[in-house]
Structure formats: C-alpha cells, structure tokens
Design a protein around this ligand. Structure first.
Ligand SMILES: Nc1ncnc2c1ncn2[C@@H]1O[C@H](COP(=O)(O)OP(=O)(O)OP(=O)(O)O)[C@@H](O)[C@H]1O
Length: 234
C-alpha cells in the first residue's frame, strides 16, 4: 500500500538516503531501526510527503492484481504538487513525533479535535468526538488543561489521539515514546497499535528501542541511507 523505491535525499553534502527501498503492506506495522544519523527520519519524511526525495519514487494506494504499474488507485507522492501533498498529509496520513506537537495555546480537548476542525467538521460534534478520546485515554477531568499543564505521557497520549481521530490510512510515528519512561511508553504504544489495527490502517514506526519495535509486525534496519532487509524478510 505504501512503497518507497530507490529513494535518495541529500542535505547539502550529507547524503541522508542513498537508494532506500521499503514497502509497507495494507494493515502492516513496520518498525524502522538503525544507528543514529542513518536516515530513518528522512525516510519517514519522504514516505509521508513531508520531504520530497531528490530521486526515487513514493507510491501510495491500492495496487490491484492485474491492474499493472499504473493502477488507478495509486498515487505517486513524489510527483504531487505541494497543495495535493498537504491535503494528503492532513486527511489521509497521521503523524506522531517525539516532542512538541500539541498547540500550546489550546486546551487538551481542542488539540485532539484539531484535525476534525481543520477538515471542516462543526465544533460541537468534533469536540464530542474528542471528548470520547479524552475518556478513552483516562484523562477525564483534564480536558481543559493546556499542554504545559500535562505530564509528558499525558501529552503524548493526546498527540496520538490527535493523529488518529480523523481515521488516517497511514500513521507515521517517529520515536513516539522517545521522551517517556517505560510505563508511559507502553501505554502510548498500546494505544497506537490497538487503534491502528482497529482502524485497518498501516504504520511506519521509527524507533531506537527494541522494546518498542516489538510492537510491530516486521522490522527493517536503515544503514548509511539504505534499507537493509533482515534475513528471511518478505
Ligand atoms: N534538515 C536537515 N538539514 C541538514 N541535515 C540533515 C537534515 N535532516 C537530516 N539531516 C542529516 O541527514 C542524516 C540522516 O538524518 P536522519 O535524521 O534521517 O537520521 P536518523 O537515523 O533518523 O537519526 P536519529 O536516530 O539520530 O534521529 C544525518 O547526517 C543528519 O544530520
């Protein structure tokens, strides 16, 4: 459903990606591991349409059996306009990063409702849906707190809820538990993985931690800007 082929990306003289190939199947949770600076985040950003690769292809959508290369359900992200990319990022993809994703001036409930409000949903139903998430996160009573008044774990649960509330087809998570202790990290991972599976979405999960990668269906390693497939991988 999501595939990067021969992806290359440089920042000045730094070659962050050097022909990376990766594929995420429908409903699959893929962990991406590898040493610091090997290109994991750059790969996630290229797959998620945050960065445009210098070379290579990013394909997203259904590849129907027998429909050939140019199946009509498939989109080439690397060829989309900035406007089309931003629509895809807002409506079809969900993002969770390590830090600082909540809008500091908005209360918890409005932070969670934000994707629905940006998509044009009226305020009342959007806030009602966000309130269901607040309850599910066990954060009842904190709905009007500002992000600065939440613990790191609570803020990260809210960031996950915000990434998932609009039902994205692909979730991109870059070190989603990097700033948390192991109890809060497990809570965040369980919420992410359970919801991604329930929604039938797929996920690209960048992490340094084997404990977090263990939540995935499959793990690949990035080394020097290329994806190294483990022995026996599909
Ligand atoms: N915006 C940028 N400008 C300049 N160099 C960058 C930029 N983003 C990444 N790089 C460089 O590209 C290389 C790959 O970075 P990337 O963040 O993808 O690695 P990573 O594997 O995710 O690292 P980490 O595990 O430390 O987060 C690094 O050498 C990094 O310094």
């Amino acid at each position: 459903m999501l595939e990067g082929r021969e992806l290359s990306k440089s920042f000045g003289r730094t070659r962050a990606l050097r022909g990376a190939d990766v594929r995420v199947a429908d409903g699959e949770i893929l962990a991406v591991m590898g040493p610091s600076g090997s290109g994991k985040s750059t790969l996630l950003h290229c797959l998620g349409g945050v960065l445009r690769p210098d070379a290579g292809e990013v394909r997203f959508g259904e590849v129907r059996p027998g429909a050939g290369e140019a199946s009509c359900g498939e989109v080439r992200l690397d060829r989309l306009s900035d406007r089309e990319l931003s629509r895809l990022r807002r409506g079809t993809f969900g993002f969770v990063f390590q830090f600082g994703q909540l809008v500091p001036e908005l209360p918890l409930i409005e932070n969670i409702a934000l994707p629905l409000l940006l998509a044009g949903r009226s305020r009342r139903p959007a806030l009602a849906e966000a309130a269901d998430w607040v309850a599910r996160l066990g954060l009842d009573g904190l709905w009007d707190r500002l992000p600065g008044e939440l613990s790191g774990g609570q803020a990260q649960l809210a960031a996950v809820a915000r990434a998932l509330i609009a039902g994205p087809r692909v979730v991109f998570a870059d070190e989603p538990t990097g700033s948390l202790d192991s109890v809060a990290a497990d809570e965040v991972m369980e919420l992410l993985v359970d919801t991604v599976r329930a929604q039938g979405a797929c996920m690209v999960l960048v992490t340094h931690e084997p404990r977090v990668a263990a939540f995935a269906d499959r793990t690949v390693t990035v080394r020097d800007g290329r994806v190294v497939q483990p022995v026996g991988a599909r």
